[in-house]
Design a protein around this ligand. Structure first.
Ligand code: SF4
Length: 509
């Protein structure tokens, strides 16, 4: 059964070359973690195994991204200890992707040559609506606003798949004047009842700034809920301290009149390897202050694009007190399109979780439409009285779709995947096969086009995942009976249960 031991055990840092002399007090000190974050390939090669070619290639990519003005590499020692020593042959069960397995923490945190491939992302620019900000406040919906309080590069660890690659109208240094303008707007627009305090990462801003923002929000009567958006519990759980939680609890309601504002956390777990004892302890601390924790998982090729991986991730986070809220389609950004999996595949995984996992454990699957369109829900699709003979699996069309945004905007030909010519695609495979050291592992889903931009085919889409009932039972780790299914109706075996009950201690109570 998969849930007997579900907490992931990271590597012992004392056995990692770079930190073999580090004391416990240092390791659990968030300042030490931040000061000793991996910022160079020279440090990285003492943490994971890289051959000379891989080392040289990562160096090349980091240099190139830096040349483009990006800050591509920052990994806290804690998060780095979640990577297998050999990230190209990770110790995760063979049934999860067979030989195609790659370490999900490595792929989320170390730039690889894939980040320089597929520069043509497709058509999203046509949906660009320009800025939606006033000061540091960014708005998409009538009643919610994101308030950027941190500098955009202030996250504790950097995620390779991050949409920091694109400007979310907040690539600027968020100074106090911008924050004050944002606060002014939130105070001005009385429709706004929820504010997402975000960054970068809301827990990576100075305590003084966080206190100021929360206190100002506490003065606004129309604000009912405050969301703290942070990946700190995942990448730096030791920074979730009583001091910061007390500050949030006190500041968010310091000047509140009437009912208290509802404060909750939103974090970002993508793989069950991130659910460690330290993560669970951080969630427990957050919960103990009365804050709930929800999660947004990004659906990422080579990280979690598999039914079992997603199911394990959602169930395990729930067991430690985190509510799966969204499974988000990865953004179509230059440099990260190899992380995208087709929407239809995500839909099939989600469909097959229905009934097999509790509804509270299954998040909403959604895509964030580029250019300020907001989230479009991609599930459920079970109720379709126009195509009654077709299942989702049969509706796999090309990579275009007509989507309707929350405000009834119709977007035709929405494409979730990036585009490349066959030459670009084949060259990319050659580069990545050489980098990974074996063929068939790097399987990007890309729309192939000719030189005039005409559609040819979509790669790696021919084999769609299928899950018959019995296979699902095994994949989810359920005990099964002779029919290959778990018990779902105890009345059918009541005679056997009666006998066992009589012999059990329960009948003696
Ligand atoms: S924590 Fe969030 S904002 Fe920061 S790098 Fe990761 S995905 Fe991007």
């Amino acid at each position: 059964m998969m849930h007997k031991e579900f907490i992931y055990h990271p590597r012992d840092f004392r056995k990692i070359e770079l930190w073999k002399n580090v004391k416990d007090e240092e390791w659990y000190n968030p300042q030490w973690q931040l000061k000793n974050s991996i910022r160079s390939v020279d440090q990285l090669k003492h943490v994971i195994k890289l051959n000379d070619y891989q080392e040289q290639e990562i160096r090349r990519v980091v240099d190139e991204l830096e040349r483009q003005g990006k800050d591509p590499l920052r990994i806290t020692p804690y998060y780095a200890s979640l990577m297998d020593e050999d990230p190209f042959h990770p110790d995760i069960p063979l049934e999860e992707k067979g030989n195609k397995r790659l370490d999900p923490i490595f792929w989320q945190s170390v730039p690889t040559p894939a980040n320089l491939l597929f520069p043509n992302t497709g058509r999203e620019a046509s949906m660009n609506e320009g800025s939606r900000s006033y000061g540091a406040a960014y708005q998409r919906y009538p009643n919610r606003v994101a308030l950027f309080v941190a500098q955009n590069t202030s996250c504790a660890s950097y995620c390779v798949h991050c949409q920091r690659a694109k400007s979310l109208d907040a690539t600027c240094d968020v100074n106090i004047e911008l924050i004050n303008k944002g606060l002014f707007y939130i105070n001005f627009n009385k429709n706004i009842d929820e504010v997402l305090v975000t960054g970068g990462d809301a827990l990576r801003v100075s305590k003084k700034r966080l206190q100021y923002v929360l206190e100002e929000l506490s003065k606004m009567e129309h604000i009912r809920a405050i969301r703290i958006a942070t990946r700190v519990p995942v990448v730096l759980p030791m920074a979730v301290t009583d001091e910061i939680l007390t500050l949030i609890k006190e500041s968010a309601n310091r000047y509140t009149k009437g009912p208290e504002k509802y404060v909750y956390f939103m974090t970002h777990v993508n793989h069950y390897k991130e659910i460690t004892a330290d993560f669970a302890a951080a969630i427990k601390r957050i919960n103990s202050y009365g804050f709930t924790v929800r999660n947004q998982t990004v659906f990422l090729n080579h990280v979690n694009d598999y039914f079992v991986t997603l199911a394990k991730t959602f169930r395990r986070m729930f067991w430690v007190g985190v509510h799966p809220y969204y499974l988000l389609q990865c953004h179509k950004e230059k440099g990260i399109v190899h992380f995208i999996s087709p929407i239809q595949v995500g839909q099939i995984y989600m469909k097959h979780m229905q009934g097999w996992l509790s509804g509270i454990v299954r998040p909403n699957y959604a895509v964030n439409i580029e250019g300020g369109g907001g989230k479009v829900l991609l599930m459920p699709l079970n109720y379709d009285n126009l195509n009654i003979d077709l299942k989702i699996e049969d509706k796999i069309s090309e990579s275009k779709a007509k989507v309707y945004t929350w405000d009834d905007k119709e977007i035709f030909d929405y494409e979730a995947l990036g585009r490349a010519t066959p030459d670009e695609y084949n060259k990319a495979l050659r580069i990545m096969d050489k980098f990974i050291g074996r063929k068939g592992v790097f399987v990007p889903k890309i729309i192939l086009i000719d030189n005039n931009g005409n559609y040819i085919e979509t790669t790696n889409r021919t084999k769609l995942p299928t899950f018959e009932k019995q296979k699902k039972a095994v994949l989810l780790g359920y005990e099964t009976n002779q029919s290959g299914m778990p018990i779902t109706n105890p009345a059918k075996i009541s005679k056997k249960l009666d006998e066992l009950y009589q012999k059990s201690t329960f009948s003696k109570k």
